[in-house]
Design a protein around this ligand. Structure first.
Ligand code: AMP
Length: 498
């Protein structure tokens, strides 16, 4: 019976003897054995009483078995929630209760604590073993549960940096349509070998990387996490890398990362957070490769991409994907703005999610009835059609009634001698309501001249945009996907002017 996502990603590989996963210790797992293992998990969770449409919460370390469990959920029609391994038991309780999950799969070390939530618990440990793996062992066949493209495949909870995390409901078609588009746009084939060092609880590592590779039948070098030395060791055997910007800055920080080492590579993709234009330039100087930057999010998968053929422009996220419509609207009125104006990015297409689980008001506030999703990202489309992301709507600073886009100031700060990176946030101000604060991170062994930096800003930007204060930190706070946590910075500097 048909199950479009399962059939396209897994079912077609049931007899495929080719290698799917290469583990850092050199072991290889074939497509055939991966699909058989997935069937074992599908049977095990079905035996535990889960029915099609039920939810299953997964908080496990990255492993081939964890990925096979996800494949097993798709085969059994179970909606899975991949959860960040950093979440505490109390955070997990929220996800379990919110989603109504009927089973939690976690690491054995956490099982006792998680059991207090009151939902049955099974385990898969970092090495792939565990109570659920034992239940699945020896089973290699499962009668695939029929699904339609509109059926839900996964809930992906938003990172929750602005309040309670929301469960974005993704249908089979949402995932499949996007993976198919990316295969074509980025020219993936079965000869590709992808360096996979992203977590598999997030859209980037799970849906973008894994689904694309399974669609084409390519190989993945499946690393538990980003480890620079491991990456350097395996790169000569790979053709492609999907990473967050910090992967690229860390690679560049190592003189062993050379043009020779990247010779066999055909594509470096970056996303999930803005790639500094400077990183783009340095990367090209070092390797001859231009990183391809793309833009997406939990609710939509991928929306835009720089072109495979054609100019990959640093500091932009390229063009809307062929099946994605993108417009920039006025945050107040929702009216479409003329090209070049800054506003909120809205997208529509088969990639856009089905709404937030049991949050009809939040869904209605962000997903228009005509299908456009209000991303909350500020941006513009330039005269050549390239999309620029200029920060989150909530990062917009309104000082004395004037709108200030942090990115505009950050770009100037980043260009100053000795500055590695920067973040501009708003701090409450008695006169202006709020005022920009520039947070600077120096390059190693550099001391910054804040006076010189203030002078440089004075010549480049209108007075109302000048940060009222520049502060220096050793590093910017970031989450696991490399995103700067501006909420943490706002909290740190909230009393600066009051
Ligand atoms: P998440 O839902 O965790 O994947 O986060 C999505 C958000 O990450 C987007 O709404 C953007 O704010 C940001 N983002 C993703 N890709 C990029 C990019 N290439 N440049 C700038 N911001 C990005």
């Amino acid at each position: 019976m048909a199950n479009p996502l399962y059939d396209a990603l897994f079912g077609r590989h049931a007899q495929n003897p080719d290698t799917f996963l290469i583990l850092p210790d050199g072991r290889e797992i074939s497509y055939q054995s991966f699909v058989a293992q997935a069937a074992g998990y599908a049977q095990a969770i079905t035996d535990l009483g889960l029915k099609p449409g039920d939810r299953l919460a997964i908080q496990v370390e990255k492993s081939a078995q964890a990925l096979a469990l996800i494949a097993g959920c798709i085969q059994a029609g179970i909606v899975f929630l991949p959860l960040n391994t950093g979440y505490t038991v109390e955070e997990l309780r929220y996800f379990v209760e919110n989603s109504g999950a009927r089973l939690v799969v976690c690491d054995a070390a956490k099982a006792q604590d998680i059991a207090q939530i009151g939902v049955p618990v099974e385990t898969i440990n970092a090495d792939g073993d565990g109570s659920l793996s034992q239940k699945a062992a020896g089973i290699t066949q499962f009668a695939t549960v029929a699904r339609s493209g509109d059926d839900l495949a996964a809930f992906l909870y938003t990172s929750g940096t602005t309040g309670r995390s929301k469960g974005a409901m993704l249908s089979q078609d949402n995932l499949l349509s996007n993976a198919r588009t990316l295969v074509t746009e980025w020219r993936f084939t079965r000869s590709d070998v992808l360096l996979h060092a992203l977590p598999i609880f997030h859209t980037h590592g799970l849906f973008v990387a894994t689904n694309v590779m399974m669609l084409v039948g390519g190989k993945m070098i499946f690393m538990p996490k980003f480890d620079k030395d491991q990456m350097l060791e395996w790169m000569p055997k790979a053709t492609s890398l999907m990473g967050v910007p910090t992967f690229y800055t860390r690679l560049l920080s190592d003189p062993c990362f050379t043009k020779d080492l990247a010779q066999h590579m055909r594509l470096f993709v970056s996303g999930s957070a803005p790639l500094l234009a400077e990183t783009h330039v340095q990367f090209e100087q070092r390797t001859g490769h231009r990183i391809l930057e793309r833009y997406g999010m939990t609710e939509t998968n991928m929306n835009t991409s720089n072109p495979y053929d054609g100019a990959r422009r640093a500091g932009t996220v390229g063009f809307p994907l062929p099946d994605v419509e993108l417009k920039v609207t006025d945050p107040e009125t929702g009216e479409t703005l003329p090209a070049g104006d800054i506003g909120v990015i809205e997208v529509r297409g088969p990639n856009v999610f089905q709404g937030y689980w049991q949050m009809p008001e939040k869904t209605a506030a962000e997903l228009r009835s005509d299908g456009f999703f209000i991303t909350g990202d500020l941006g513009k489309v330039d005269e050549d059609g390239y999309v620029h992301i200029l920060g989150r709507n909530k990062d917009l600073i309104i000082s004395g009634g004037f709108n200030i886009y942090p990115k505009e100031i950050e770009q100037i700060l980043d260009d100053q001698p000795g500055v590695l990176e920067s973040a501009v946030i708003a701090a409450p101000h008695p006169d202006f309501g709020e005022s920009p604060v520039g947070v600077l991170v120096p390059m190693p062994d550099q001391t910054l001249s804040l006076d010189a930096i203030s002078d440089a800003i004075a010549v480049s930007l209108a007075k109302f945009k000048h940060p009222k204060k520049l502060v220096v930190l050793d590093a910017l706070p970031r989450n696991t996907m490399g995103k700067v946590q501006k909420n943490v910075l706002r909290e740190m500097f909230k009393d600066l002017f009051v």
